[in-house]
Design a protein around this ligand. Structure first.
Ligand code: IMP
Length: 430
């Protein structure tokens, strides 16, 4: 048995929630290691729908330990609201089933203000962030002025750190014509929530090593997707954290070698929320159909997702950089009924051919996809639970994807229901 990391291999929203839930049933521990409440994971269990943003998916199952690692940026109010919301659905969150890294940075109200302000300043070049303060909170972490969970225990330290932090942010706010924020404005509410947050605070790295020694099975739950990675994604139209599996080690303290298998969640077509390059985007009827049939609306912001054909070049890139060992292919049924289906197998730009997406934002915006066309299938694949029940043409499509991305399908998901899953390789078993 080994520990598993699950990451998205496209621009997020690949259907991680269902797969993570399916795997978390067999894990003892579920760990979030990057991102914040910009993520939206929807789980449907016994007819109850849970919408999680910050809490690890393991929280909805009894007997599991959920951990928020140091790589996550935590908005204390968002966390408490989410704990309250799941509480109303019967999930009791206590330090017995949730631990938070004492060294995780906090998202403060000033971060959200700056996030929205920065987007306004960017104008046409806006990133289309979720507006939750994620970017500015990570900036503060790297700038070494962040307030961390452990700081909540010391009012004097908290005040000093806030004063230092606001010197920087107020200069920015004032330059944009916005009024300064006062220390008390942030400090008072923080001191109020501190007693509710601190009981969860733990040296997570130490806890993880104990759990590992005890032979507990640990699932690392990634948020967003590989193409939103701050280093390897479509920069600058990315999120502010590393979304690749490597981030699970530094974002939790498990150490190298703590993860044995990386599962990349991959949608059978492509979607993206927010701005940025999207070579296979379809702004025609076909794109609209994918969006409608696939119910492609952002979980967090409700924005319609942009839709397009499967981009094998980008997924192959994500697989290599993300260290992905196998993929979970999701939402194949959304392609049911298409006469023909296209797969992007390369790009053209300025007379040059590319079998990868170069880093230049100009080239990324201008590349033309090279497509391979396949016949579709008219039968339904929805809810199918064995390969034998799948139309031959759908199997052909899957096999061609495997060939192009140089990675095996470990799991096929054929509907949002957890039972509608075809397992090829159990990620937990070596
Ligand atoms: P931020 O993470 O709020 O800074 O947003 C940066 C970019 O990442 C925007 O394009 C968002 O739409 C995108 N993004 C952030 N979180 C998610 C997610 O969970 N799924 C899909 N896109 C996301």
């Amino acid at each position: 048995m080994t520990n598993v990391a699950v990451i998205g291999s496209q621009w997020g929203d690949e259907g991680k929630g269902k797969v993570v839930d399916w795997l978390s049933e067999r894990a003892h521990v579920v760990v979030r290691f990057q991102g914040g409440h910009n993520a939206g994971h929807t789980l449907v269990i016994d007819g109850v729908t849970y919408k999680l943003s910050l809490l690890p998916s393991g929280i909805v199952r009894s007997g599991k330990l959920s951990i928020i690692g140091n790589g996550v940026v935590i908005d204390p109010n968002a966390l408490l609201s989410e704990i309250e919301a799941v509480g109303k659905l019967g999930v009791k969150v206590t330090p017995e089933n949730l631990r938070i890294a004492e060294n995780a940075p906090l998202i403060l109200p000033v971060h959200q203000k700056v996030d929205l302000m920065a987007e306004t300043i960017r104008g046409k070049g806006k990133i289309g962030t979720t507006g939750r303060g994620i970017g500015p909170a990570y900036e503060d972490k790297v700038a070494r002025r962040a307030i961390r969970v452990c700081d909540l225990a010391d009012e004097g330290l908290l005040r000093d750190k806030l004063e230092n932090l606001l010197v920087y942010h107020n200069a920015l706010l004032n330059a944009a014509g916005a009024p300064s924020m006062k220390v008390e404005e942030i400090l008072e509410p923080l001191l109020k929530v501190a007693p509710k947050i601190l009981p969860f605070s733990t040296p997570v790295w130490l806890l993880l090593h104990q759990l590992k020694r005890e032979g507990k099975r640990i699932l690392f739950e990634g948020a967003q997707g590989a193409l939103l990675d701050v280093d390897f994604g479509t920069y600058p139209y990315v999120t502010s954290s590393n979304t690749m599996a490597g981030a699970a080690t530094v974002g939790s303290g498990i150490g190298m070698g703590g993860i044995g298998y990386v599962l990349g969640i991959t949608k059978a077509y492509t979607t993206r929320v927010g701005s940025g390059p999207f070579p296979t985007e379809l702004t025609d009827e076909v794109g609209a159909t994918l969006g409608k049939v696939g119910n492609e609306f952002g979980t967090v912001t409700g924005r319609p997702r942009r839709c397009g054909w499967f981009d094998a070049v980008l997924v192959r890139q994500a697989i290599k950089i993300g260290g992905i060992n196998g993929i979970a292919l999701t939402k194949l049924d959304v392609l049911d009924g298409f006469k023909t289906i296209k797969i992007c197998v390369g790009y053209k730009h300025d007379g040059k051919l590319y079998d990868y997406l170069p880093a230049s934002m100009k080239i990324q915006a201008e590349v033309e996809p090279i497509y391979e066309e396949m016949a579709g299938w008219s039968e339904s694949t929805h809810g199918k639970r064995s390969w034998a029940d799948l139309p031959a043409q759908a199997i052909k499509y899957i096999r061609r994807i495997e060939e192009l991305i140089e990675c095996q399908v470990a799991l096929l998901s054929t509907s949002p229901k957890r039972e509608d899953t075809i397992l090829v390789k159990d990620p937990f078993v070596d």
